[in-house]
Design a protein around this ligand. Structure first.
Ligand SMILES: Cc1cc2nc3c(=O)[nH]c(=O)nc-3n(C[C@H](O)[C@H](O)[C@H](O)COP(=O)(O)OP(=O)(O)OC[C@H]3O[C@@H](n4cnc5c(N)ncnc54)[C@H](O)[C@@H]3O)c2cc1C
Length: 496
């Protein structure tokens, strides 16, 4: 055991890295997330090569070309929010470009050498929170002949890039009930899966600046109370009691549910992945789905870059890439990918209990268990498309909006920004259940910006529905057919 430090910012030792490698984290991106190396003040400048060398030495089967650096994140140096807030932004034009360009295709050297299994009862495409939580729940019900196919590392998609917010404050009964159940399941996650997901129920505080937003909060609070969620409509002064230092200029009302909270996304994903593997589910990373073999209204085989898998059921859980994957089976989905950017600051002593969101502007921020301010803000001019680059425009807009609400954080430094994709549907609700014309292709996508918090409950219901054959309203209400039939039920509590 070596206590020699590899990453001095985050106190990561040689033993920590070796432990990660022993647990099967064989690429730099995963080792970074598992150990936390490279996420501190220096952002990997002093530790990156040391970890690469350790990985090369310890992970015997790894080809040298598989040891590729993790994606660098702007800013180059820790930068104060107040400085970023002064960068000019032209709000009249859409955001362009962004750095770095994210990998659409992962290095082939990371692809496992052997072929995928020749057959499986269930093949799940996408190793994000949706695919993994479903696989875990299927295994819990005794269905372990399941293969999860993920083209990258396990946190490559939105599930590794989100804000970790979990809330029951929704605008429709279906999402309120799913979120309530999810949060209940999260409370037992450490006990059930042996992984601490750092659930912290500090509440969600929504602020409204416009009258129509205030009305929305008030109307939804009544609905929440009806479903047992203790949301309270409070005055701006009462909001300041919850978050000292908050400026409430133009704020007309606020909604607060003390039982909402935040979790740590990566641990959540790994918990499910480990739970899957322990129960015999195969989780195949760096395995890209390239096509399908279909006949007589059924998918017969899933084609990958490691061979074909014959299967009874296929689940499309590829997040914002689901339309792209569905196209391979000649299925058209109405979801569209939309970039959402997010950042994290240097760690501070605990000062912020709830996640705060200004619903009118899409600004949100919370404090992680590590002390960082983590936050994002939607951009109304963002075009649809699979762009995950980071922009100066985002940090400038976010820094301005945040320091307007919390002036005392102006000197706090931003350490890291990144982008991810919202998987947006026309009514902001997911697409679940059977595919017209391809009966054994099941949909599990379209979770916009709230899939993380919905996953435990949706996966539980879907596994039950798949294994019992009993009908469940969720899979007709949110089916793909609803877009043809026009039976849309719009969710309006979307941040950003
Ligand atoms: C910036 C940001 C903030 C967010 N904040 C929150 C929040 O606070 N709370 C919350 O609940 N949700 C939040 N979300 C939304 C949440 O992250 C997503 O809804 C959720 O992670 C979706 O999970 P998923 O499994 O459907 O998709 P993903 O996690 O994207 O997983 C899909 C996977 O499919 C893989 N894939 C794609 N194509 C292929 C292929 N051909 N073959 C094999 N694999 C493939 C991808 O690599 C990817 O890993 C946020 C999202 C973003 C971007």
């Amino acid at each position: 055991m070596s206590k020699a430090l590899v990453c001095t910012c985050e106190d990561v030792t040689v033993t920590d890295v070796e432990h990660a490698i022993e647990r099967g984290y064989h690429d730099v991106e995963s080792v970074k997330r598992y150990t936390g190396f490279g996420t501190g003040i220096c952002q990997g400048k002093s530790c990156h090569s040391a970890v690469a060398a350790l990985l090369q030495r310890k992970a015997q089967a790894l080809k040298p070309e598989a040891v590729v650096p993790f994606t660098p994140r702007p800013p180059l140096y820790p930068t104060e929010l107040r400085l970023l807030a002064s960068a000019p932004v032209d709000e009249s034009v859409p955001p362009m470009g962004g750095v770095p360009q994210e990998l659409e295709h992962f290095p082939s050297a990371l692809r496992p050498a052997g072929p995928v299994p020749q057959k499986a009862k269930v093949v799940i495409i996408g190793g994000g929170i949706m695919g993994l939580s479903l696989a875990y729940n299927l295994a819990l019900r005794g269905e372990t002949d399941v293969v999860v196919l993920e083209r990258g590392y396990l946190c490559a998609g939105a599930s590794g890039r989100n804000g970790g917010g979990v809330r029951m404050q929704w605008g429709t009964p279906a999402l309120i009930e799913l979120a309530k159940r999810s949060i209940d399941l999260m409370k037992g996650f450490a006990r059930d899966l042996g992984v601490n997901v750092w659930l912290r129920q500090g509440g969600y505080l929504f602020l409204a600046k416009r009258k129509d937003t205030a009305y929305r909060l008030e109307r939804n609070a009544v609905l929440h109370n009806k479903y047992g969620v203790p949301t309270r409509i409070i005055t701006p002064d009462a909001a300041r009691d919850i978050v000292p230092g908050l400026t409430l200029k133009d704020c007309v009302t606020a909604a607060y549910n003390p039982e909402d909270g935040v979790i740590f996304p990566w641990a959540f994903l790994w918990g499910y992945a480990q739970g899957c593997v322990k129960r015999g589910v195969k989780v195949e990373t760096y395995t890209n789905v390239l096509g399908f073999e279909t006949s007589n209204g059924q998918v017969r085989k899933v084609k990958t870059d490691r061979g074909d898998i014959a299967c009874d059921t296929v689940v499309l859980a590829s997040g914002a890439w689901s339309p792209q994957v569905a196209k391979l089976a000649d299925v058209t989905l109405p979801n569209e990918p939309h970039r959402h950017e997010i950042l994290s600051t240097e760690p501070l002593k605990p000062f912020l209990s709830p996640l705060v969101s200004v619903l009118d502007t899409g600004l949100y921020f919370s404090q992680s268990m590590r002390g960082e301010i983590v936050g994002g803000m939607g951009d109304p001019k963002e075009p649809s498309g699979p762009n995950m680059g980071s922009t100066l425009r985002f940090v400038a807009r976010f820094a301005r909006a945040l320091t307007e609400q919390l002036p005392h954080v102006g000197q706090v430094k931003v350490l890291r920004q990144w982008g991810g994709l919202y998987d947006v549907t026309p009514d902001n609700n997911p697409i679940l259940g059977r595919t017209p014309g391809l009966d054994n292709l099941l949909q599990l996508s379209g979770f916009v910006g709230h899939g993380f918090m919905m996953a435990p409950a949706v996966a539980e219901r879907m596994a039950q529905w798949m294994t019992s054959g009993a009908s469940d309203d969720l899979f007709t209400r949110f089916s793909l057919r609803r877009f043809e039939e026009g039976t849309l039920e719009r969710e309006d509590m979307i941040i950003g």
